[in-house]
Design a protein. Structure first.
Lengths: 320, 527
């Protein structure tokens, strides 16, 4: 049975790629990209979705192909600010976007007047979806999301600090910051809407990314015990090489499950899924090129001090 | 490790069978199911089945204002009784305060005592009670401030009561499976499955529907710019009409037990018939007996619906409101009166409505993604890891089954992001298997014989699996705690998937491997 044996390996066994050699360049490049991302996040800025900006979004399906010009004229006369109308999916579906209208009551009134206008401007049109978010709520959702991102990073740091030494925690959190900023840059460049779902994607990426780092760190810890005299640089390289197949393999299955979502998941999920795909690629490469070198710089003299530092680790490892 | 005790095998198979059992209600119609089967099932979120989600904000400022106005009325009466002269009695809602200046500063003690009598006791955290007013005298300026604790209690009470009234009103509309819950300090969340146009319900919730029966001040001049004390000018239902209505509430709509729309048999006009409870009946009888021949106003949300003259005492506790009604508005008012008044106005701060077509589209897109994702991942695992990969795939199917069972048991709501979570779980679920396989392979290459390599692979990898998967759980925990609605569905599915996969990878796959090993006794492992 030919299927019983593996047909291929992502990377050959016993690779001895000197990742640490590229460490400094990798980190420098990463920092550059992250700074560029942060700049992009402010200028031109993120495409904030209705969740965070407030306003009204309506998806409307007309009986025949939609006459966008007529709809624009009709809704433009309502004096509700800048009404954005675009085709959405097929020719008979349009998406209307209205800015937030003063207070909450005005927003509700605007929804009603648009509804009424549509009935006369496009008889037989059906409103498939209405979302109206007021100023207060959108502000809260935005703050809540930032807090969630912050809390998750701190939680990850504390977790790693508990399970490993503090150098590992610092390495992981710095890498996470570099990664998350790049995801934000990706959102700014691709104009993917920044909304609650995208934040969910970012949080998921944070979870998976740390998962990746933990596996590599776990191997370093094991090797620190196993090869007591090996220089840290060589040891880190060895650990990365040993776990390379796993790191890439897991990223592969994740990518294979996220890609169909991006391609077939529909408009509501594609932003989420593309963000995931980018995040997976970014976190995998940073697990290899960033997280480990940072550890090398932080732990040059400390992690290799001999048995003292390794003592608490062996105690735990023995239970395995 | 390759030996599994019989009871363990039985337990593993038992878990899988339970998984099948608990997932069944989702695919079999309830009528075709034997009654002993568990009936819990996964419900679809509003974004998938269509429906309306409303977030309502309770106007807490109005609650404070109302209490202060009540306090002002009470203060006028008490100060008159105590013969305390005052000027400039006014309320300052922003400072939660009522203040007035004494004509004679020596009466400060009497005035403060009168104000203290107006305080309501509130229960403190320690179980005692404390007055809700802080009365102070500043050089003849008496002020009564609502305390912070009182404000909190009032707010909490108002929100609780709003939830109850909203529930009653929505129940009256016949929307099934509506979910109404308190959210945060001042909000009410309403989920209305299947409601495509929530306008009718928004209108129903947009009215406080506080009804009061009050007397008119017949001597007041409507030309005056300010009404006499204790009287307010209110607009009538007909445009352009105004009435001088006494502030004193004779009978409150809260004392109604029933209200029904009906038609006057003589005129054919639409009316609302109502019935009072015993307190209301007594008060109503008393007032009508003492005021025969005078007009009596029915005030709804600060508008005079009607102000007929009292022809004779009404003692039976039944009455009729004949305003300018048609069938719909009479019915609506009856519904509102039956459900009771809201303690404060509600504003819609967030609305999300999805029609059923979009939901169906989303489900279809989700299923296609799931199918494509599953085949990609299956083929990859099979080709990259051979026999053990196929075993992992089998375990992945069990994983999906157990996820369905767990979601049914929790009666979780499946949302669009939730479906995305299921699809992503396909990817993450195999992480544990990959870790194990890579480990076994390393052990084989390190020269271990098959049995010992398998043993070492599973044991050494399980620590890493636990360590690394906890990070996913932390992230999902944060997402669940901070997220709302649909996003929570995502956190739930991914978290369940992560927990389930730890079990399937380390236990189920191990069982498969042990069966295979004992049947074949291979000399080399296919890794």
């Amino acid at each position: 049975m030919f299927l019983a044996r593996p047909l291929f390996r992502l990377v050959p066994d016993d690779t001895k790629i000197p990742f640490m050699k590229g460490g400094k360049i990798g980190i420098a490049f990463s920092i550059f990209l992250s700074i560029a991302s942060v700049v992009l996040a402010f200028y031109p800025g993120l495409e904030k979705g209705i969740d965070f900006r407030g306003g009204i979004v309506m998806e409307v399906r007309t009986p025949g192909p939609a006459n966008i010009g007529a709809l624009r004229d009709a809704t433009g006369g309502l004096n509700l600010g800048d009404v954005g109308i675009q085709q959405f999916g097929d020719a008979s579906t349009v998406l209307l976007r209205l800015p937030v209208q003063g207070d909450e009551a005005a927003t509700q009134a605007a929804v009603n007047s648009v509804r009424a206008t549509l009935e006369t401007a496009a008889p037989g049109a059906r409103i498939l979806r209405t979302e109206a978010v007021g100023n207060t709520v959108s502000g809260e959702l935005f703050m809540g999301s930032l807090i969630a991102l912050g809390i998750s990073m701190v939680a990850m740091m504390i977790y790693i600090w508990f399970r490993f030494e503090w150098q590992f925690a610092i390495g992981a959190i710095v890498t996470l910051l570099l990664e998350t900023t790049k995801v934000v840059g990706f959102l700014a460049v691709t104009r993917i809407e920044f909304n609650l779902t995208t934040v969910a994607a970012v949080l998921t990426i944070i979870g998976f990314s740390v998962n990746d780092k933990v596996v590599v760190y776990d191997r370093m810890r094991e090797n620190l015990r196993k090869f007591k005299t090996m220089p840290l640089r060589q040891l880190i390289d060895r650990s990365i090489n040993e776990t390379l197949n796993r790191t890439l393999g897991t990223s592969m299955t994740l990518l294979l499950s996220a890609m169909p979502l991006a391609l077939f998941g529909g408009d509501a999920l594609s932003g989420f899924a593309f963000t995931m795909v980018f995040g997976i690629v970014a976190s995998t490469s940073s697990s290899i090129f960033i997280a480990a070198p940072i550890l090398l710089f932080l732990g040059e003299n400390k992690l290799r001090r001999g048995t003292e530092a390794a003592a608490p680790l062996t105690g735990r490892a023995a239970t395995r | 490790m390759l030996y599994f005790a019989r009871w363990k095998v039985a337990a593993i198979i038992g878990v899988i069978l339970l998984g099948v059992l608990f997932s069944l209600p989702n695919v079999i119609p309830r009528s075709a199911m034997p009654s002993w089967l568990p009936a819990r099932q996964i419900s679809l979120g509003l974004d998938l089945r269509g429906g309306s989600y409303l977030l309502l904000e309770v106007d807490l400022d109005a609650v404070v204002k109302e209490r202060l106005e009540g306090l002002a009325d009470g203060a006028r009466t008490r100060l008159r009784q105590a013969k305390v002269g005052y000027i400039n009695l006014s309320t300052q809602p922003e400072q939660r305060r009522l203040s007035f200046r004494l004509r004679d500063p020596s009466q400060a003690e009497a005035a403060m005592a009168a104000m203290r009598e107006l305080a309501n006791p509130i229960t403190t955290a320690t179980g005692g009670t404390t007055p809700d007013l802080e009365v102070a005298n500043n050089d003849g300026l008496i002020s009564a401030t609502l305390s912070e604790a009182a404000l909190r209690e009032r707010a909490a009470g108002a929100v609780e009561q709003s939830v109850e009234i909203v529930r009653r009103r929505i129940d009256q509309t016949g929307v099934s499976e509506a979910l109404i819950a308190r959210q945060g300090a001042s909000r009410v969340l309403v989920q209305l499955p299947g409601v495509e146009d929530p306008n009718r319900i928004k209108e129903l919730l947009g009215r406080t529907a506080r009804m009061t029966f009050r007397l008119l001040d017949e001597n007041a001049s409507m030309q005056a710019t300010t009404p006499p004390p204790g009287v307010e000018f209110l607009e009538g239902d007909q445009p352009g009409t105004r009435y001088p209505v006494r502030r004193r509430v004779e009978v409150d709509g809260a004392n109604l037990t029933d209200a029904r729309a009906g038609q006057n048999p003589q005129t054919g006009q639409w009316v609302v018939n109502f019935t009072f409870d015993s307190v209301g009946t007594r008060r109503f009888a008393e007032v009508t007996r003492q005021n025969v021949g005078r007009p009596f106003a029915v005030v709804l949300d600060n508008k005079v619906i009607t102000a007929p003259n009292i022809n004779e005492p009404i003692t039976g506790g039944n009455g009729q409101i004949s305003g300018n009604f048609n069938a719909q508005s009479a019915n609506e008012l009856a519904v509102l009166l039956r459900a009771g008044a809201l303690p404060a106005p509600l504003t819609v701060v967030e609305e999300r409505t999805v029609g059923p077509e979009l939901g169906a589209d989303a489900i279809r897109a989700g299923l296609i993604s799931l199918a494509v994702g599953a085949s990609f991942v299956f083929l990859y695992m099979g080709f990259a890891y051979g026999l053990f990969g196929w075993m992992a795939n089998l375990a992945l199917l069990v994983n999906l089954l157990l996820m369905a069972a767990a979601l049914s048991l929790l009666e979780a709501t499946l949302t669009l992001p939730g479906i995305a979570g299921v699809v992503l779980t396909l990817g993450t679920a195999l992480d544990a298997n990959i870790l194990i396989n890579e480990r076994i392979r390393e052990e084989v290459r390190a020269g271990r014989p098959p049995a010992s390599a398998l043993e070492a692979g599973f044991t050494k990898a399980s620590g890493t699996i636990l360590d690394s998967n906890l990070t996913n759980l932390i992230a999902m925990g944060v997402l669940y705690a901070m997220g709302s609605g649909p996003v929570r569905g995502f956190a739930v599915t991914v978290a369940i998937g992560t927990v389930v996969q730890m079990w399937t990878a380390t236990t189920l796959v191990r069982l498969f491997v042990s069966w295979w090993y004992r049947a074949r006794r291979p000399r080399t492992l296919p890794v």
